[in-house]
Ligand binder design. Sequence first.
Ligand code: HAM
Length: 420
Amino acid sequence: MSRLQSVRGMHDVLPDEAQIRRRIEQVWIDAACGFGYEEIRFPLVESTALFQRSIGETTDIVEKEMYTFEDRNGESLSLRPEGTAGCVRAAIQHGLIPNRQQRLWYLGSFFRHERPQKGRLRQFDQFGVETFGMCGPDIDAEILLLGWQGWQRLGLSPQLMLNTLGNPDERAAWRRQLVDYFSRFESQLEDDDRRRLKTNPLRLLDSKSKSIQDLLEEAPRLEDLLGAESRAHFEGLREILDAHGIDYTLSPRLVRGLDYYDFTVFEWVEESLGAQSALGGGGRYDRLVEQLGGRATPAAGFALGLERIRECLEAEAVAAVDIYLVALGGGETACLRALAMRLRQEIPGLRVRMNMEEGSMKSQMRRADKSGAQAVLIMGAEELSQQSVTLKFLRGSEEQQTVLLDNIAAILAEHFASTG
Ligand code: HAM
């Protein structure tokens, strides 16, 4: 019988990799907490209608990428393909929105049935923030500053692509102009683009096809249709970013793949990643809360793809163990186990691994070395009778020493405080 494998596009995260992923997650959690954002968690499964009504019926995500199934009651459910919809649903359901400003963050897995390739998975992790109740450009700027800080801490500097989609009326006028314009060239369009022209013409802007790219040079621009309010919002945002020295690239063709945006939209792009170069994206979605049954509330947020961020970082394996404990007999094992518990309690953060299954001194030392530990504590019959332990450093040139059990915690605390 063939061995079972993980589902295509859904990957295991093994210990070394998990460590790097946890570091990335911690950077983003710290960045969000530093701006006073609070965590929210919402289910992996929602009713399919939620995603249809928020992301949009004619988007790629809803049309072809959702994991949708009927549960045993015949209800149509979907694995969440993104977080904004679920977050808004939860915020409405629990009354988090009315008369309040909310700043939330979340972290978790999302599912899209896309064709698996580098940077495109069927299960992937996002870190996201969503804000409610603030309509000015200053909150758009705040989430971008939060993003900037996260990138700084990770040592990355993706390009920030910035655009405004105006308000729904301005966009509707632009859509009409785009349809008129592209209809004149319908015979030159590929099937997919001809379909988009009918269902979601704005998506033509990020079509990869050469003919569309050429036609876009002369296509009507939303910029020419923006009214005073939209302009002021966008200029307000740019002023704050400029004041903080945040670089951005104006990208009039950035429309994003979800239907809920108004005004500001943005993406962080790392060109070196190739085809799937967006590390994250977001924008304002001022209509969505009302559309999902809440009171009209301005909102803005973004989400980041953690696997793509991982791709940009150097692998640096960090040992999982500080101290490895080696016992040479049964009595010694019991004594060392008690010592291990005491060390973990007295030196928070110290990672202490106890050898399992006694073996020769040599084989235990080999395991100790493999664990990456800085030091080993060894206890044989002599040490046990003297209530002491031998401390041997595995890396560096420090001498081996015999230390009384009563003193070992203080010595290790000092050593690990100075080496970090
Ligand atoms: P999104 O652009 O669809 O936006 O996804 C955000 C990020 O998630 C992408 O830039 C990418 O890094 C990552 N991502 C998306 N799909 C995949 C995939 N199949 N494999 C690996 N990574 C992927 C949203 O999801 C919006 N909810 C963002 C938002 C929040 N807007 C407002 N608030």
